[in-house]
Every structure is written in C-alpha cells, then in structure tokens.
Ligand binder design. Structure first.
Ligand code: FAD
Length: 473
C-alpha cells in the first residue's frame, strides 16, 4: 500500500489542478491523479485554450482579408497555411500543459497517472481509490486518502439519432483539428462552443450553417445582447436555422445530408462535416461514485452541499460535475473554496457575478442577471446603455458593433447585471465582475476614472446612463 494522503484530487483540469495547488499552500498533504498523458483537462487540451488559439489565428486572417484595406493597408489576398495554424495551436497547448506540470512539480504535488475509481471507505475511515494504468511503472494498487475530490469534468453529448464517428460527425475535439477547411460545416447547437468553432471555420472560408432547436441562439444570454450577436454573425455570413430539430443524416462518401424539421416542415442541408455541440454531460461513469450510492440529481450533476461534499462522507465534487454553467473559472473557484473550507475557512463562491463569455467577434460577455430574469423575478430595475459607435477608441479601431448594458436595482442603484457585445468584451467584463462582487452601484462606476480613449469608457457611459446622466449618449 502506498503513502496515505489527506486529499486525493481526481482529474487535473482547471478544477483539479488549482484545488491541488491551493490545498498544498494550505498545508494539506495532497496528490492528484489524471488519466490523460497531459495535464490541464478539457480546458487546456481540447477546450478553452486551443479554441482561443484558433479564434485568434482565424481572426488575424479575416482582418487581413476583410479589414486591412479600410486602414489603408494594401496586401495581396492572404492565404492560409492550415498546418502551421494547427501546429501553433498545438504549441500553445503544449506550453500551457507543460506549465501545469511545472506548477505541480514546484509545489511537490505527486501526479499519479491513470484512471481513478473509488472503492469505498475502509474500516479505518479512509477512502480507497483504485488507479488503473497501462504504464506498469505508474501502476498503483490503491491510493489511501482521508478525502477525495472528484474533478473529472464532462464529455460531449451526441445527437440522439446521430452518433459521433470522429470523422464526419464530430465534437469540439475533432473540430479543432480538421486537416482541411470544410466546404460546408453544419453546426448542431448555437451555444458558446458551436458559435466559436463555427466562427473559426467560417473565417477560414467554410460555409457555416448553424441548426438550433430553440427559437434563439445562446439561450442563457441577455436577449438583446444575443439578438445583436446573431445579427452581426449573420452579416458576417454565418447562416442560422432556428427551431430546427435534427432528424437524421444520410452519408454518401465524404458528403452528408442532414435532415431537420422546423415545425411540421421537413428540410435537408448538404455538408461535408457535422459538428455536434448541443451540450456536455458530467463525466461520472467510471469513477465508481454511483456504484458507491452517491447521489446524482435529475439533471445528471453530482449533488453537493455548501462544502462541495457529496452525499458520501469524505467525497467532494466540483467543476463540470456539479450544478451551474460548465466554465473553467467556475471549476477553479469551486476548487479553491472547497479546499479552503476543508481547513475551516468560511469562504464561498459568489455565483451572482459569475461571468460568461462567447469569443466570437464581436465578443459577447455577461455577468449577473439578464433583463428577462429580472422581469420574471419581478425585481424593479433601471437600465443604462452605451453603444460602441459613440466610443472614440472603438471608432479608431473600426470596431463599432455592440454595446454595454448595465442593469441596476431601481431603488438602491446596486448593479444587478452587465451585458456586453463588442470588441474585447471578454476583458471589459472584468470591471463589471469586480464592481458587482464589491456590491457597487452604477453611480460608483460612473464616478470612476476610465482612461481616454478606451473601450472601458463605454462601461462608464452605460453606468451614467442608468441614472440618465450619460454625457455622450
Ligand atoms: P476538465 O477540464 O474536464 O478536467 C477533467 C479531467 O479529469 C480531465 O483531464 C480528464 O482526463 C480527467 N479524468 C476524468 N475521469 C478521470 C478518472 N476516472 N481518473 C483520472 N482522471 C480522470 N470554459 C471557459 O470558462 N471558457 C472557455 O472559453 C471555454 N471554452 C471551451 C471550449 C470548448 C471547445 C470546450 C469543449 C469547453 C470549453 N470551456 C470553456 C469549458 C471548460 O473547458 C470546462 O468547463 C472546464 O474544463 C471544466 O473543468 P474541470 O476541471 O471541471 O474538468
């Protein structure tokens, strides 16, 4: 039997590796187990990071092709070297996954390679976790630990009628590695992942059609923001069929015909790739959690209390496994709070200001409540808006699509939600998150310096507009 740990973290994604480092900082004797050959989880290997690497590369290409001339830069039509683009993306991933390995080494946290499966608690009150590994050198019978933190993340959900085949019908992982630009990419699902990867391949020259079962894209986003984003993406050439239920796929060589229904009417669309991005499900099977009687809610997530403890004493869960949006920064914060609470600290994750970003161009970013939520919850609010068309920096950049919208409590002026569509919305939302977490009012933001000329001035103007005090609106 190997060394006994106070904590074994299962999964080295942004939830798991961050938890392990924080645990070590707090003096907890911790080890981490990961079944992939590289660390960083879905986020670093096949999610957040490679998608942003390709979004940045493809945006450079689209800018050179479509926008340089506006700035008075004349070039011959740029060409794509897809192999170089993909290699750069892989190199970005390699450096960051190596970085996680370095951090764990620096903190002297043992990394056990293999697949972990909970075996249950022994008579001594410690948990046993079996590690299955192909590499004999890494093979360990069972790790003994006082506590186990599950951070095994999630996997993509397939269409009920069309299974993944890794070639034609693919998930995000394969869509980050197409060896050539598809002629026509059909994307099933108009969520964050579908719109981002659809944007990548559209910019690189593919025709992209998005089929969405719901009547609108990005269902959790503020409607005004999502609608503007859809109009802008449509202007760029992305095609949308909303209310479309996919019914089947007929394959013929390298081509396919996706059939779908809108209401009672049947339609079909020819394509050479089908990206299915209709959602992800928590990766619980294989961990032994349900076999030990652990409670999973109807929505398929592991139920946890305020300490992130599951229904099994000593077993904790965070990140994509537990309720809430599947986001890397949520997983990390939950991991930190979970291990801090193990040491008696009374911290908590403030979900009221959890930001969400879609990295299309323009980007969409939001935090707090949407107008639709405020209305349905009967919360009286006031709204302020600033369009980027009136922002000096956005004008200088030739990036004037979009707005900042701030929603504040009608009585107290406290900020309840911020919704941004526009250039670098992903960076701008940081100010809103900080303000909301510090319980700031709209007037607090309106009274702060915002360097001129910056995109951030749109935040100040929107804040001033909440109380009808906008200067440039
Ligand atoms: P994961 O990152 O999924 O890590 C879980 C790890 O556990 C994996 O490495 C897995 O191999 C390992 N594991 C699983 N089972 C076992 C086992 N039994 N034993 C040992 N190891 C195991 N989020 C954002 O916030 N921003 C974004 O821009 C963003 N973009 C995304 C783009 C794409 C294409 C995708 C697919 C996702 C994106 N996400 C984004 C979501 C984000 O990747 C996840 O929310 C995040 O990775 C969840 O972190 P986690 O630690 O819970 O799990």
């Amino acid at each position: 039997m190997s060394e006994r740990y106070e904590l074994l973290v299962v999964g080295a994604g942004p939830g798991g590796y961050v938890s392990a480092i924080r645990a070590k900082q707090l003096g907890i004797n911790v080890a981490i187990v990961e079944r992939r050959s590289t660390l960083g989880g879905v986020c670093l290997n096949e999610g957040c990071i490679p998608s942003k690497a390709l979004l940045d590369s493809s945006e450079h290409f689209a800018t050179a092709r479509d926008k340089f001339a506006i700035h008075g830069i004349e070039i011959d039509s740029p060409r794509i070297n897809l192999q170089v683009m993909l290699s750069r993306k892989n190199e970005v991933v390699r450096r960051l996954t190596d970085g996680v390995a370095y951090l764990l080494k620096k903190h002297k946290i043992p990394v056990i390679k293999g697949e972990a499966r909970l075996l249950g608690m022994g008579s001594d009150g410690d948990h046993r976790t079996e590690i299955v590994s192909e590499a004999a050198v890494d093979a360990v019978d069972a790790v003994v630990s006082k506590r186990v933190l599950l951070a095994t993340g999630s996997e993509p959900v397939s269409l009920p009628c069309i299974p993944f085949d890794g070639e034609f019908v693919v998930g995000a992982r394969e869509a980050l590695d197409f060896d050539k630009v598809p002629e026509h990419l059909v994307v099933a699902g108009a969520g964050f992942i579908g719109l981002e990867l659809g944007s990548v391949w559209r910019r690189l020259g593919a025709r992209v059609t998005v089929l969405e079962m719901l009547p609108a894209i990005l269902p959790t986003m503020d409607r005004q923001a999502a609608d503007l984003l859809q109009r802008t993406l449509k202007k760029q050439g992305m095609e949308f069929r909303l209310g479309a239920r996919i019914t089947g796929l007929e394959k013929n060589g390298g081509k396919g015909r996706v059939t779908y229904q809108v209401g009672e009417d049947n339609f079909a669309v020819e394509c050479d790739r089908l990206l299915v991005s209709i959602g992800r499900r928590p990766l619980i099977s294989g961990t032994g959690f349900t076999e030990l009687g652990g409670v999973v809610s109807e929505s398929g997530r592991i139920s946890v209390d305020e300490n992130y403890q599951t229904s099994i004493a000593g077993i904790y869960a965070i990140g994509d496994l537990v309720p809430g949006p599947m986001l890397a920064h949520k997983a990390s914060e939950e991991g930190i709070v979970c291990v801090e609470r193990m040491t008696g600290k009374t911290v908590a994750v403030d979900y009221t200001c959890l930001p969400g970003v879609v990295y299309t161009w323009p980007e969409g970013a939001s935090t707090g409540k949407t107008e639709e939520q405020l209305k349905s919850e009967n919360i009286p609010y006031k709204s302020g808006k600033s369009n980027f068309i009136g922002n000096g920096r956005a004008r200088a950049m030739e990036e004037t699509d979009g707005f900042v919208k701030i929603l504040a409590d009608a009585q107290t002026d406290r900020i309840l939600g911020v919704h941004i569509v526009g250039p670098r919305a992903s960076d701008l939302i940081g100010e809103a998150v900080t303000a909301m977490c510090l319980k700031a009012t709209a007037r607090d933001i309106g009274m702060q310096f915002h360097a001129h000329p910056t995109l951030g001035e749109a935040m100040k103007e929107a804040a001033l507009d909440v109380n009808n005090e906008a200067i440039h609106g």
